[in-house]
Design a protein around this ligand. Structure first.
Ligand code: C2E
Ligand code: MG
Ligand code: MG
Length: 742
């Protein structure tokens, strides 16, 4: 039977949640750190790109401004105005041509006449024939025309000196920056004539070399010019806008963030991986620890709810389940049956075979009970050999009785343990929730009462609780309390009567001591009842001692040849009993051979080592033993021999049927034969009729007891009887009828 606790799942779930949370936090941390890093990298790169664009603009602007300015350094000059008019080639080479190329890095320089024709040309650091540069003139023509127009409108040399024209032009060897300035007087020493103004043209190839040169100080990578913009806007800027020839300055942007990221990425990734691994390991460790904890918690919980020996539910779990089932029963859903099972004579198994064997038997019984009732009910072990079966959803008492029979049938097959066979019977007390108040303690109490009833009815039985049992129980409680008071006060309320026993010759052979209790309110209480109460409530020892003491005293005083005293199974199994008996004999001055102890078959079944330990010294001292109520129980020849019984007393029930029931007759004959073959004397008790007496005498009984021969009588009466028998020289007191047996 397993017990599942719903909180197991909850704690398992909460661990999974914690684990997930740790992993999630770890991952989130990585993602956040990654995102910040990524944003940082982007920002650094964007800033760098913006800076590069700004630098590129500055560099380009300085190029665009510098070129006309450089030209103007020689073009706004009185000498230049005069010398170009004279078309002085040396002057032009030294100041407006080769010199400018050397000094400012122009690729080509031209001087144009006021009518637009070239007067001077220089290229590749040399003066060249103007015709050699024919391809250039159409390209620069629009630019030249534009400036010329502006010059013609200029009102002074100063105005004209401020004029420049600048544009990108396309030449056979690529794009070039063309700039045109007028050659004008620097002052008014010579007159300014717009119509007679020469122009200076400078060309600079917009090639990689130039790009490198002007952009190197700004550390732009791979700068060059393209006729189309670069795909990303920050990678290019337009050289001139507007311009006849669209041209872009293009470069590969530096990405310091990206470079840094690339450099630290492996280390960062390693670190992240290590962190994640550590987190994962920690998580797994946590998971394992939690699982271990859960496991031990589950085990602890299981052992708190289960019986260690049988694995069945224990009292705690039983009470929980009972409470639940009763709640349903109270709400009117279904009825509930409870069966309490107590193994008969289990103590004797322990005593005879030892506790390990007893444990194995309990284990097997538990296992079998769990199989007998199907899965639904709870089978619990609540004591050494006590079990409780819960049967929820049980319709009524009929079903309950049926379950009791199943349990008894199920236990009836012998148990085999270590090669020994054990035949087990159990007493069952059962209650249905309909017949008692449906609360836990009450149900258990009622089942308990029913169990007592079953035990007292002779064991191996089941009894179903019903209301009157409670009255009986209350009565027993009262009896027990009163008996305890009577025994401790020792006021003689417990009397002893003596029933004479006669031998086959009709002579008084002795008497059986029988306890009597006259209750002040209830009147005489039968010994069967108060002896059972005394056994049940632990009062048998004082009761037994009182009867033994009184019987020995009276037997000694009255000179009875034998007094028989009934001994409970509990007494004979108690350590020190023999010593106590011998002490009483000594105190009362009765020779041990004049005492006979009557044991019932319960003692024989017990076959207890403790009983043997008492019987040995008693037999040795000369006390004799009789097996009382022979045939009513389960005694076997083996017990008769093992215990050393001197006598058996055939049970009243056989004697009383001997004349009416042929089977009873047969059984009695068999018992007498068996006893005499073992050399054991036979007493017949409960003889009520003469016919019974004659029959038993003829069958070979050696002594006789019964109302027909003599009822139990008080101390004085038996004393008188004994005296009469003595005086009459053993002439019996027997009525005429029974004398015939002599
Ligand atoms: P028991 O030992 O078998 O005692 C014989 C019982 O049979 C006595 O009942 C006796 O009165 C009754 N009896 C004798 N002759 C006849 C007869 O002809 N007809 C009928 N119907 N009954 C007859 P009692 O005194 O009621 O005792 C009942 C049982 O109580 C005894 O059975 C014995 O087992 C037990 N008992 C009595 N006194 C003691 C005692 O001091 N200690 C113990 N342990 N048990 C006792
Ligand atoms: Mg007896
Ligand atoms: Mg008897």
């Amino acid at each position: 039977m397993t017990h599942r606790d719903p909180s197991f799942g909850t704690s398992r779930r909460s661990v999974s949640i914690t684990l997930l949370a740790i992993l999630f936090l770890g991952l989130a941390g990585v993602i956040v750190a990654g995102s910040f890093s990524f944003m940082g990298v982007r920002k650094v790169d964007r800033d760098t790109a913006e800076r590069e664009v700004a630098f590129a603009r500055i560099a380009l602007a300085s190029l665009l401004q510098a070129q006309p300015k450089d030209q103007q350094s020689s073009a706004i000059w009185n000498d230049a105005v005069l010398r170009v008019r004279e078309e002085d080639e040396d002057f032009m080479e030294g100041n407006l041509g080769v010199w400018m190329q050397e000094f400012f890095g122009h690729d080509r320089d031209f001087v144009l006449r006021p009518n637009g024709t070239p007067v001077y040309a220089s290229a590749a650091l040399a003066t060249v024939p103007v015709d050699a540069q024919a391809e250039v003139y159409p390209a620069i023509a629009p630019l030249v025309a534009r400036l010329r127009e502006q010059v013609l409108e200029a009102e002074s040399a100063e105005d004209a000196a401020a004029l420049t024209a600048l544009d990108v032009v396309t030449l056979a060897d690529g794009p070039a920056l063309a700039s045109v300035v007028p050659i004008v007087p620097e002052n008014e020493d010579i007159p300014f004539d717009p119509a007679d103004t020469y122009l200076h043209v400078a060309l600079r190839h917009l090639d990689v070399g130039l790009a490198e040169k002007i952009f190197r100080p700004y550390q732009l990578s791979a700068p060059h010019f393209e006729t189309a913009p670069a795909p990303a806007p920050e990678q290019s800027i337009r050289v001139l806008d507007p311009s006849a020839q669209p041209l872009w300055m293009v470069w590969t942007p530096n990405r310091p963030g990206l470079i840094l990221a690339r450099e630290i990425a492996p280390a960062a990734m390693m670190a992240t991986l290590v962190c994640l691994m550590i987190l994962l390991l920690l998580g797994l460790r946590l998971n394992r620890t939690t699982r271990d904890l859960e496991h031990s918690e589950a085990q602890a919980r299981h052992s708190a709810h289960h019986d260690r020996l049988t694995g069945l539910a224990n009292r705690v779990l039983l009470e929980e389940r009972l409470e639940q089932a009763l709640k349903r029963a109270r709400s009117g859903d279904t009825g509930l049956g409870v069966i309490m099972v107590d193994l008969d004579a289990f103590k004797q198994v322990n005593d005879a075979y030892g506790h390990p064997m007893g444990d194995k038997l309990v284990q097997q019984v538990g296992g079998r009970l769990a199989r007998i009732v199907w899965d639904g009910p709870t089978v619990a072990r609540v004591g050494g050999d006590e079990f409780v079966i819960l049967l929820p959803g049980l319709a009524g008492e009929e079903d309950l009785a049926q379950h009791c029979r199943w349990v008894q049938d199920g236990l009836s097959d012998p148990f085999r343990i270590d090669g020994h066979f054990f035949q087990v019977t159990a007493s069952l007390g059962a209650v249905h929730s309909d017949v008692c108040s449906p609360y836990k303690d009450e149900v258990i109490r009622c089942a308990d009462i029913a169990l007592y009833r079953a035990k007292n009815a002779g064991r191996a039985q089941f009894s179903l609780y019903h209301g009157e049992m409670d009255d009986t129980n209350r009565k027993r409680n009262r009896l027990a309390a009163d008996l305890a008071a009577v025994l401790t006060e020792g006021n003689g309320s417990i009397a002893v009567h003596y029933q004479p026993i006669f031998d086959a010759n009709g002579h008084l052979a002795g008497a059986e001591a029988l306890a009597r209790w006259h209750h002040p309110e209830l009147g005489p209480v039968p010994p069967d009842v108060f002896v059972a109460v005394a056994e049940e409530r632990g009062l048998i020892e004082p009761l037994g001692r009182a009867v033994l003491d009184e019987a020995c005293r009276v037997a000694a005083l009255a000179g009875l040849s034998k007094v028989a005293v009934n001994v409970s199974a509990l007494e004979i199994c108690r350590a020190g009993y023999a010593a106590q008996v011998l002490q009483v004999l000594q105190q009362r001055g009765l020779p041990p051979s004049r005492l006979e102890l009557e044991l019932t078959e319960r003692v024989a079944i017990a076959s207890s080592a403790a009983a043997q330990a008492n019987i040995g010294p008693l037999l040795a001292a000369g006390v004799t033993l009789a097996l009382d109520d022979f045939g009513a129980g389960h005694s076997s020849i083996r017990y008769l021999r093992d215990f050393g019984f001197d006598r058996v007393k055939i049970d009243r029930s056989f004697v009383q049927q001997i004349e009416t029931d042929p089977t009873a007759l047969k059984l009695v004959r068999a018992m007498i034969d068996m006893a005499s073959s073992l050399g054991i004397a036979v007493t017949a008790e409960g003889i009520e009729e003469e016919a019974q007496l004659s029959r038993l005498a003829s069958l070979g009984c050696s002594s006789f007891q019964g109302y027909f021969l003599g009822r139990p009588m008080d101390r004085d009466a038996i004393t008188r009887l004994a005296a009469e028998a003595e005086q009459a020289d053993n002439v019996t007191w027997l009525p005429q009828a029974s004398r015939s047996i002599a």
